[in-house]
Design a protein around this ligand. Structure first.
Ligand code: ADP
Ligand code: MG
Length: 158
């Protein structure tokens, strides 16, 4: 597990941007943390790092938004409102095994559908430090993501 402390939305975006070059087709990234913790902000940076020109918006009401004009397709999902059986209907597995990168906000609502290999990122507010302070913890499952965490590529530009 590696842990980052950030104190601005720009830094959270930066981490996403730094992760993007290491990603490959079929990668799944799970984002957990309360409303407003920074999951979508991180995804914006990731999209930027993939070279996606469109503004990345929260997929809360659509469940999935697809962005196809970057180095890899980005499938940005918010499964907070996923209902029983909804994972099959959406074809979540096809996305996870597909030609792009899947980013899943609120992954605990799709726990039964998740693949074996993933990067899990947990966002926590640190209100006692300041409104913009967050802790970002990354846990890898599988060789590819473990290698990324060990690479030192994620360093907030330091
Ligand atoms: P989530 O997707 O987890 O609900 P968002 O990324 O949509 O959260 O919203 C996070 C909000 O908190 C944004 O308004 C953002 O500007 C603000 N914010 C303040 N500090 C940070 C930070 N360090 N990282 C991410 N977002 C931050
Ligand atoms: Mg969000």
């Amino acid at each position: 597990m590696i842990k980052f402390k950030v104190d601005s939305p720009e830094q959270t975006e930066k981490l996403g941007e730094e992760l993007a070059p290491d990603l490959k087709a079929g990668d799944v990234i799970l984002l957990d943390g309360d409303l407003g913790a920074g999951k979508t902000t991180f995804t914006k940076g990731l999209g930027k790092g993939l070279g996606i020109k469109r503004n990345i918006k929260s997929p809360t009401f659509t469940i999935i938004r697809e962005y196809k004009n970057g180095r890899l397709p980005l499938y940005h999902m918010d499964v907070y409102r996923l209902e029983e059986g909804g994972a099959d209907e959406l074809g979540l597995n096809e996305y996870f095994n597909g030609d792009g990168v899947s980013v899943v906000e609120w992954s605990k609502f799709a726990e039964d559908e998740l693949p074996d290999d993933y990067l899990r990122i947990k966002f926590t507010r640190n209100d006692e430090l300041g409104d913009n302070d967050r802790t970002i913890e990354m846990t890898a499952s599988g060789g590819h993501f473990n290698a990324i965490l060990k690479s030192g590529d994620l360093n907030l530009g330091r």
